[in-house]
Design a protein around this ligand. Structure first.
Ligand SMILES: [Zn+2]
Length: 195
């Protein structure tokens, strides 16, 4: 059984026909290197880009290109650092994708997936569409064997001295985590505190 944490019932996982936008579609530069994780990831680390909000692919593309260039040219990464990025309209952009080691949370990259919400969530609230896409993306990751079903959902600030992913997104993640704990307890009959 796949524990997931949709409070409002099963939602279809993301597909390339849905709102998952491939690297080719956002015209990503080719990576210099792609190192595989080697097994399913145990952690998911949520970030924000701390840049401007974008709510459609034509707006997000400029930000994706900017981030990839910054990561590769200024920081010396082999590719855009994140595995996925999520726009304000809920579109999910393929970064390094599943199964590839990211560059987003020092000392945690080897067993995690990095997902960035596009925008600055110290100032803004994450959209329901973006949060829903996160849930569907995580569900897909578990269903496809890229994430352990008992993966740990973390914010970047849980692992490092940073404001990332912003106050409002951090609060939303705490709510998602409590929904997930409740779901795993009450639906999958896994004993847990507080159920
Ligand atoms: Zn971060």
């Amino acid at each position: 059984m796949i524990p997931y944490f949709f409070s409002s019932g099963l939602k279809p996982p993301l597909s390339k026909k849905g709102n998952l936008i491939s690297r080719r579609r956002w015209q990503a530069a080719d990576p210099q290197v792609r190192d595989e994780l080697g097994e399913a990831a145990r952690k998911v680390v949520i970030h924000h880009t701390a840049l401007w909000t974008c709510t459609k692919p034509s707006e997000c593309q400029a930000q994706l290109t900017y981030i990839q260039k910054m990561h590769m040219e200024d920081r010396g990464f082999s590719d855009i650092g994140y595995n996925f990025l999520i726009g304000g309209d809920g579109a999910v952009y393929e970064g390094r994708g599943w199964g590839i080691i990211g560059a987003h949370a020092k000392t945690h990259n080897l067993d995690s997936v990095g997902i960035a919400f596009m925008g600055n969530f110290n100032d803004e609230f994450p959209s329901p569409a973006a949060l829903s896409s996160l849930q569907r993306l995580l569900y897909s990751g578990v269903a496809q064997g890229h994430l352990y079903s008992n993966f740990v959902l973390l914010a970047h600030r849980d692992l490092a001295h940073t404001e990332c992913p912003g106050e409002h997104l951090y609060s939303s993640l705490q709510r998602l985590k409590s929904q997930r704990a409740h779901h795993m307890c009450c639906v999958d009959c896994v004993p847990a505190v507080g159920c």
